[in-house]
Write a protein that binds this ligand. Structure first.
Ligand code: SAM
Ligand code: SF4
Ligand code: SF4
Length: 322
């Protein structure tokens, strides 16, 4: 790792100076699917244009951003995605992407430049298509095959809910057949914590969620292709109760939405839209971020980053068996 990033990380950890080392950027809320549980499949009213995007990303790079995770909506549906990835890679930024996989074969030259592609897989064909629409399972698998053949690391993400809780082992069979691994995290009533949306239709009730994640743990213990680290599986043992990870949001992590509004954490309520990088510049907007931990992390990789950030080595070890 670059020594300047280590220094920046240490300054942030000590509470001296935060740095936007890792950015999650939702390019657009435009999407080629309309998954039932998702809040983000309609473009926002004033999404940034190409020049604004490149200006903002250039400012992030100046401030030391070394990794960018592209998200959406569907990032591959954005008209400038190729140029954006190229722009970042040329500046030695590590780029990963969350995608439904549909456009991966068509955009394979862009995919090739990524450090990792994260393809959502909601279950075997029937469960996946029930949430994401007919044909979407076959497209996700075709996308994974194309990326793997291009030499790009593929990791699947499964949002665990009522539609797929019984299919954990089947999912593992599928991804192992492709030579990949899969990350499990719970479906929430909304992508944003503390909104009024009522998503009970797809969220698992608590006891069933615990039992399902216990099966994920058992699968990991037996060497199956579970991508979660132990820290996120420990977290999901208690989630959403008694789960208070350290929180790096606003210190080294931040999230930018398609209109350029910057948040310390992408999982929180977004009703305050004042912190916009196009008006305030990235440095101004980043300096303005709140740093309030909420303990409600449901995104497995955020949980893991947070425990690493907090140097909670105790949380990284396998827990005792249930
Ligand atoms: C919003 S999507 C954007 C990237 C891309 N379109 C995709 O589907 O992977 C990112 C992730 O959010 C997950 N997601 C959507 N709605 C969710 C919810 N209510 N609870 C938990 N995860 C959710 C999706 O399954 C996907 O893995
Ligand atoms: S989960 Fe992804 S593919 Fe599905 S509607 Fe949301 S953004 Fe689109
Ligand atoms: S603790 Fe809350 S604010 Fe911090 S990263 Fe997790 S969800 Fe975001």
């Amino acid at each position: 790792m670059d020594s300047s990033i280590v220094t920046k990380g240490a300054m942030a950890w000590l509470g001296i100076r935060p740095s936007p080392i890792s950015l999650a950027y939702e390019l657009s809320w435009l999407c080629n699917l309309e998954c039932a549980y998702c809040d983000r499949h309609t473009p926002m009213a004033n999404e940034m244009k190409r020049d604004q995007i490149l200006k903002a990303l250039g400012e992030f790079v100046e401030l030391g951003t070394s990794s960018v995770s592209l998200d959406g909506g569907e990032p591959l549906a954005h008209p400038n995605v190729t140029e954006i990835v190229q722009f970042l890679v040329e500046r030695e930024v590590e780029v990963s992407m969350h995608t439904n996989g549909i456009l991966v074969p068509r955009k394979i030259e862009t995919i090739r430049k990524l450090k990792k592609v994260k393809i959502s897989l909601d279950g075997p064909k029937e469960a996946h298509d029930s949430m994401r629409g007919a044909g979407s399972f076959d497209s996700a698998i075709a996308g994974a095959r194309a990326a793997t053949q291009a030499g790009v690391r593929v990791e699947f993400t499964c949002s665990v809910g009522r539609h797929n809780a019984d299919a954990i082992e089947q999912l593992l069979d599928i991804v192992e057949g492709l030579g990949c691994r899969i990350l499990f995290q719970p479906v929430r009533n909304s992508l944003f914590v503390y909104t009024q949306r009522d998503g009970k239709a797809w969220e698992l009730e608590h006891q069933r969620s615990l039992a399902t994640f216990a099966r994920v743990e058992a699968a990991k213990r037996s060497g199956r292709a579970v991508a979660n680290q132990w820290s996120s599986l420990r977290h999901f043992r208690n989630f959403p109760y008694e789960a208070r990870p350290p929180c790096a949001a606003g210190w080294i992590l931040c999230t930018m939405d398609p209109e350029g509004v910057l948040f310390h954490c992408g999982e929180r309520d977004r009703s305050d839209r004042s912190n916009n990088v196009t008006r305030m510049g990235v440095a101004g907007a980043f300096a303005n971020l709140t740093k309030s931990a909420c303990g409600q992390c449901w995104c497995a990789r955020s949980v893991e980053e947070n425990y690493t950030w907090g140097l909670r080595f105790d949380k990284m070890l396998p827990p005792l068996r249930h």
